[in-house]
Design a protein around this ligand. Structure first.
Ligand code: 3PG
Length: 419
């Protein structure tokens, strides 16, 4: 038992034999040109799947991949899960588990339900990207999510629900919290491992506690900063987050970057950034210089030279040095650190240098976020990191002391009798 959450090790070895278990995993991977670029999350969840196969369960996997496009963003990574099922089968096969993870091109329709009904012990199916279903993209209380079609149509075919997806547990979405209202529910191996590893950082971080925040999940990041910046010692900013703070400080970035930020909905956060700077100016570090693409080349300019007619795509060398100094004196570091446009060779420098510095620091280090982990993997830095977390936004919120709804909804949820 972990904080009133029942886990697989609390069950008798044969308790799941012949039982159908719906497992919320997070197979959301970076996708490049339609291909899975980094499969660490699939490898992580394979542990849970193996354990359930060992226990002779019938296994139904639910996951999302990407988010639907909206008027602010396109969605190259919002793809179906066929490749993920293949990849999971290959990972299991490497461990001599010959289970073909069947990809089901349906979420809760009659085809999916028929497949679930006919599952045999040890069989595994992966349902289609659950975010193809619009209601999944809502955030509402657990009882409301239990009333969605996803939950109502599927739960009667299952005996248990397992939330293994730490990385999406900050979302009150149907597949994360809805089943916990109607099925006996447990925390999966990945989820519990994350909570255990991050608990020490959350409860008793060695100081200074430094967060390196870049990335594009602005809602999550600003909400966390507004609630929890008082407990953090330093925030090193990069990417769009840094640019929003620069705008809040009064810098005119130039049309290219300003329009880009507006296009991502970033202008909504300028007022929040402004009041954070008023309160916590000493804690929030901003770039002193930035890199732009000028005539096909990387060019670094000081922020005092702004505005620029070129788009800002990375932090500059002086900023890297400033940030390295803070990293070197930190006691605990959480890095969600894609500082620039890492898809472009010329603008990987900020991210790579910061991740290397995190790897070389003597602090307890945690990295999270799909792209940050992938970059650390390519740099061979992973082995130097204290904990490589499967979560990005969820880890940011959890370490900063916020409650994760997906975790809260599991507390005591094994007691629920199937309705
Ligand atoms: C992540 O990549 O952090 C998780 O898969 C959650 O994704 P989301 O931020 O789109 O909910």
């Amino acid at each position: 038992m972990f904080e009133d959450i029942k886990t697989l090790s609390d069950l008798a070895p044969d308790e799941l034999k012949g039982k159908t278990v719906i497992v919320r995993v997070d197979l959301n991977c970076p996708i490049k040109d339609g291909e899975i670029e980094d499969d660490r999350r699939i490898i992580a969840h394979a542990e849970t799947v193996k354990e359930l196969i060992k226990r002779n369960a019938k296994i139904v996997l639910l996951s999302h991949q990407g988010r639907p496009a909206d008027d602010k963003r396109s969605a190259e990574d919002f793809v179906c899960l066929e490749e993920h099922a293949k990849r999971l089968s290959e990972i299991l096969e490497k461990d001599n588990i010959k289970t073909n993870v069947a990809y089901i091109e349906d979420i809760f329709g009659s085809y999916a339900r028929e497949k679930i009904k006919n599952l045999k012990n040890k069989e595994v199916i992966l349902l289609e990207n659950v975010r193809f279903y619009a209601e999944e993209n809502t955030n509402r209380p657990r009882d409301a999510q239990a009333n969605t079609y996803l939950v109502k149509k599927l739960y009667t075919f299952a005996n248990y629900f397992i939330n293994d997806a730490f990385s999406v547990s900050h979302r009150s979405q149907p597949s994360v919290v809805g089943f916990t209202y109607v099925l006996p529910s447990l925390g999966g191996i990945v989820l519990i491992k994350e909570l255990e590893a991050l608990k020490a950082v959350r409860e008793n971080p060695k100081r200074p506690l430094t967060f390196i925040l870049a990335g594009a999940k602005l809602d999550d990041t600003f909400k966390m900063l507004q609630n929890k910046l008082s407990v953090i010692d330093y925030v090193l900013t990069g990417g769009i987050i840094a640019n929003i703070f620069l705008m809040a400080k009064g810098y005119d970035l130039g049309d290219e970057s300003t329009n880009y930020i507006k296009g991502k909905g970033g202008d909504k956060f300028i007022a929040a950034a402004h009041s954070l700077l008023e309160k916590f100016n000493d804690k929030i570090l901003l770039p002193e210089d930035v890199a732009v693409l000028e005539n096909g080349e990387r060019k670094e300019i000081s922020v005092s030279e702004l505005p620029t007619r070129y788009q800002i795509l990375d932090i500059g060398a002086k900023t890297i040095e400033n940030y390295k100094e803070i990293i070197a004196k930190s006691g605990t570091i959480f890095a969600h650190a894609t500082m620039g446009k890492i898809e472009d060779e010329k603008f990987k420098k900020g991210t790579n240098e910061i991740i290397k510095a995190v790897g070389n620091s003597s602090a307890f280090t945690v990295i999270g976020g799909g792209h940050t982990i992938a970059a650390a993997g390519k740099l061979d830095v992973e082995r130097k990191i204290g904990h490589v977390c499967t979560g990005g936004g969820a880890a940011v919120s959890y370490i900063a002391g916020e409650k994760l709804v997906g975790v809260e909804s599991l507390q005591g949820a094994w007691k629920i009798q199937k309705k």
